[in-house]
Design a protein around this ligand. Structure first.
Ligand code: SF4
Length: 359
């Protein structure tokens, strides 16, 4: 195969391979995601086991995974005596009841070292409930031996991650079985990967374009946040680009800090619907508005509404909306309507009656 001087990744690629590469990049560069190593990569659990996550498996071909087992990384073996998080003098410590050993210093040193040495990263998928990796549901104990947990919070490694990457997408494999949280996580991860691409270009115009393409997505998450991000972008070309990107990323992290509320999302979808509604049959209009109401009530999944709207956007060639990342924020292969629940039923209602009109 003929190669160009850039190693063959440019214009001299065969057409089929180039199209494949362009399709793979259509949603942005491959995100980089740090993952707990026991989630399907290596048998590193305290009991020598490995776990299975269908979601992590599905992501393998779409992201660059960076695996980590903080407990093995800081010097524990496999298998090993389990550890627990103990609250002592207001401080969370990592204690090993069977040996009486305190591993807090080692865990902090490992976390600082590992996180400080990471290349660009967009998200983290950490093991739920673990004293090291759990992001919010780890049992917290008052004593070093026995006793019942006094609450639940983050494990020690996860605390370091949350402190070092407040703007990143951070979830555990348990919550990612929920459709709403999974869609939000994937949207967050791919949005950050696209922002990295804008940053790498060192072109203020790339940030302007990024903001324009994400306008409806940002409005669906936080209209106030969208306006604030717009004000940051308005300084493109005036302020140093690295400073702008840093401020933008931090503000973007706050926009993504929680899954979208129904209200702003319904407003954004209704706004987009206005671009195609005149072209639709009455039954199609009724179908969509009914679906929107079901979504507002938590009875229809967001990816379904986005897919319906996207089909109409393509059919009617609405250029402005075709560019909006709201409608396909991540590769469609990853859309999976199964859900662990949390009020998110997969109920898309009756289909529209068949139209007599043909287009
Ligand atoms: S939960 Fe974290 S520390 Fe525990 S085995 Fe998995 S990767 Fe290692």
């Amino acid at each position: 195969m003929k190669r160009s001087r850039d190693g063959g990744r440019g214009a001299s690629l065969p057409v089929v391979e180039r199209r494949g590469q362009e399709a793979a990049e259509a949603h942005g560069p491959r995100p980089r995601v740090v993952v707990s190593e026991c989630l399907g990569f290596a048998a590193v659990r305290y009991n020598g086991q490995i776990l299975k996550s269908r979601f992590v498996d599905a992501l393998r071909e779409h992201v660059v995974f960076v695996q980590v087992c903080p407990e093995v990384g800081m010097g524990m073996g496999v298998p090993r005596d389990p550890v627990r998080v103990v609250l002592k003098d207001g401080e969370a410590r990592l204690h090993q009841p069977d040996t009486g050993r305190n591993w807090t210093g080692e865990m902090r040193a490992f976390s600082d070292d590992f996180l400080g040495g990471l290349d660009a990263v967009d998200g983290f998928i950490l093991k739920s409930k673990s004293p090291s990796c759990g992001i919010s549901d780890t049992k917290i104990y008052a004593g070093e031996q026995g006793g019942s947990p006094v609450g639940r919070s983050a494990g020690l490694f996860a605390r370091a991650v949350q402190g070092a990457y407040p703007w990143a997408a951070i979830q555990d494999e348990g919550r990612l079985t929920n459709l709403r949280l999974r869609h939000h996580f994937l949207t967050h991860v791919w949005t950050l990967a696209r922002l990295r691409r804008a940053e790498a270009s060192e072109e203020p115009s790339a940030l302007v374009r990024f903001q324009a393409e994400h306008k409806l997505l940002l409005l669906s998450l936080s209209p106030g946040g969208q306006r604030e991000l717009g004000r940051i972008v308005a300084e493109a070309g005036v302020r140093p680009f690295p400073e702008l990107i840093q401020r933008y990323r931090e503000r973007l992290g706050r926009v993504f800090a929680r899954p979208p509320r129904a209200g702003p999302t319904v407003d954004a979808l209704h706004h987009a619907f206005g671009y195609v509604s005149d072209e639709l049959d009455p039954s199609e209009r009724t179908y969509f508005l009914d679906l929107l109401e079901r979504f507002r009530e938590g009875r229809a999944p967001l990816p379904t509404l986005l897919a319906v709207l996207r089909a109409w956007i393509v059919r009617f060639g609405v250029g402005y909306l075709e560019d909006q990342r709201l409608f396909e924020p991540y590769p469609p292969d990853l859309v999976d309507l199964s859900s662990s629940g949390d009020g998110q039923m997969v109920d898309v209602g009756p289909r529209p009656t068949r139209s007599r009109r043909t287009r």
